[in-house]
Design a protein around this ligand. Structure first.
Ligand SMILES: Cc1ncc(COP(=O)(O)O)c(C=O)c1O
Length: 377
C-alpha cells in the first residue's frame, strides 16, 4: 500500500507532512493519541525519564507494580492482575492462552469480521477471511454474525452449551466493525450464558479503552465484568509501545501455574514511565475529558446528520468513536481520499467512514474538520 502522507511532525489534533502541509487528524493513530499529540503532561514526563535502560522480566521493578495498580484501579469488576505485553496483539494472545489454561478448553467464539491483531492467535479469532490466506490458524473459532441483538443469543447458547468453549472474545463496541454497538440485551444475555456454561468473557479494549467511547472502558456501558480485558494503543498516548492483559486473580494463578509467558520488551521502563503519566493524566482529567467527549460526540452527530452524503448514511456513534456508513465502499474511499487532499485525515473501512478524534478536541477544530468533510461528500 503506498503511503498516503510523509509525516514530519504531529501536534495537538494536527499532522504535518514533510512539505509542512497541515492536516486535521480525525484518526489519531487509530485510537492511540486520545490525549492529543505532544500533550505536555506526557511529553515532559518522557523527557525527564532517568530510570534503567532495561529490566530483565525475571526481576522486580517497582514502576511495574505502580502501573499495574493504576490499571487495576480503573479497570471494571474484579480485574486485578496484569500480564505485561508489547502491544495489542500480544495482549490478545495472552488472554487466549490464559483462557485455555484456566478452563482446560481449546475453542473460542468471536464476532464475524472482527479484528483482534496480527499474531496467529489473534488472527484465529478474527475475520474468517484471514483463514483463506492462512489455513493453519487455531482449529476452532466459531463466529457470531452481527447484528448483535437478543435473537443472536440462541446461536451463542448452542455453541456454549457443548461446554468446550474457553472464551468468547469481542470488542464491547466494535470500532473495527465500523462502530458496531451491540444491543444491551445481547451483552447482558452473553454474560449470563458465559457464566452458565463456564466460558470466560474476554473484552478486547485495545481500541475502545481509555475514554474513547465516553466511559473509561466501553464494557462499563453494559455493566459488564469481563474475566480478562486487553489494553494497548492509548495506554501510553503514543509515547511508547505497550499492551496489557488484565485478569482476575484466579485466572492469573492458572496462568502462572500452567501458562507459558515471557515478553522481552513487555513493559519497557520508558513505556512504563509514560503509561503511568498517561493513566494519571486520565484519572486527574477524567471529568473534563469525558464531558468533552459527550459534548463533541453530540456536535459530530448533529453536523453529520445534516450533511448531504450521496445517500442518507447510518450514523453509529459511541462517544468519539464515530462510524458513518455511506452504504458504498467505493464512495467511502473517494470521500476519504478527497478529504486527505483537502487537509483532513479519516479512514474508510468498507463502506464506513471512521472518525476517531482526540478526546480533548475543541469545537473550532472539530468544526473545521467537519467543514472539510462537508465540502467533500
Ligand atoms: C481491537 C483491536 N485489538 C487488537 C489490536 C492489535 O493491536 P496491536 O496493533 O497493538 O498489536 C488492534 C489494532 O488495531 C485492535 O484494534
Amino acid at each position: 500500500m503506498p503511503a498516503e502522507i510523509e509525516v514530519a511532525k504531529v501536534q495537538g489534533s494536527f499532522v504535518f507532512d514533510t512539505e509542512n502541509k497541515q492536516y486535521i487528524d480525525f484518526i489519531m493513530g487509530w485510537c492511540v493519541g486520545n490525549f492529543g499529540w505532544g500533550n505536555p503532561a506526557l511529553t515532559e514526563k518522557a523527557k525527564q525519564f532517568n530510570g534503567p535502560d532495561y529490566v530483565y522480566p525475571g526481576y522486580a521493578y517497582p514502576p511495574w507494580d505502580e502501573l499495574a495498580g493504576l490499571l487495576a484501579s480503573i479497570a471494571p469488576g474484579k480485574l486485578k492482575t496484569c500480564f505485561r505485553a508489547t502491544g495489542g496483539s500480544e495482549a490478545v494472545d495472552i488472554a487466549l492462552q490464559a483462557a485455555m489454561v484456566h478452563t482446560g478448553r481449546q475453542k473460542f467464539v468471536s464476532l464475524e469480521g472482527s479484528y483482534h491483531g496480527n499474531t496467529i492467535g489473534a488472527l484465529s479469532v478474527g475475520s474468517s477471511e484471514y483463514r483463506e490466506a492462512c489455513r493453519n490458524l487455531l482449529a476452532r473459532c466459531y463466529k457470531i454474525k452481527p447484528p448483535l441483538g437478543a435473537t443472536s443469543l440462541d446461536r451463542v447458547e448452542k455453541l456454549l452449551q457443548r461446554e468446550d468453549v474457553a472464551a468468547f472474545i469481542m470488542e464491547p463496541i466494535s470500532i473495527n466493525l465500523g462502530v458496531l454497538i451491540p444491543e444491551r440485551q445481547f451483552m447482558t444475555g452473553l454474560a449470563k450464558l458465559c457464566k452458565k456454561y463456564g466460558t470466560l468473557l474476554i473484552m478486547d479494549e485495545v481500541a475502545t479503552g481509555f475514554g474513547r467511547t465516553g466511559t473509561l472502558f466501553a464494557c462499563e456501558q453494559f455493566n459488564l465484568e469481563p474475566d480478562i480485558l486487553c489494553m494497548a494503543k492509548a495506554i501510553t498516548g503514543g509515547l511508547g509501545g505497550m499492551g496489557a492483559a488484565i485478569m482476575t486473580p484466579a485466572i492469573a494463578r492458572s496462568m502462572e501455574d500452567r501458562g507459558n509467558f515471557y515478553s522481552t520488551y513487555g513493559w519497557h521502563p520508558r513505556s512504563v514511565n509514560v503509561a503511568i503519566a498517561t493513566v494519571q493524566y486520565l484519572i486527574e482529567n477524567q471529568i473534563r475529558l469525558l464531558d468533552n467527549v459527550a459534548a463533541m460526540s453530540g456536535y459530530f452527530d448533529e453536523r453529520l446528520a445534516h450533511m448531504a452524503f450521496k445517500e442518507t448514511p447510518e450514523l453509529r456513534i459511541a462517544g468519539l468513536a464515530i462510524g458513518v456508513d455511506v452504504h458504498d465502499k467505493a464512495y467511502a474511499s473517494r470521500v476519504q481520499a478527497k478529504c486527505r487532499r483537502a487537509g483532513l485525515l479519516l479512514t474508510a473501512e468498507g463502506s464506513t467512514l471512521l472518525i476517531l478524534p482526540a478526546l480533548d478536541i475543541d469545537q473550532r477544530i472539530a468544526g473545521q474538520g467537519l467543514d472539510i468533510l462537508e465540502s467533500c461528500v
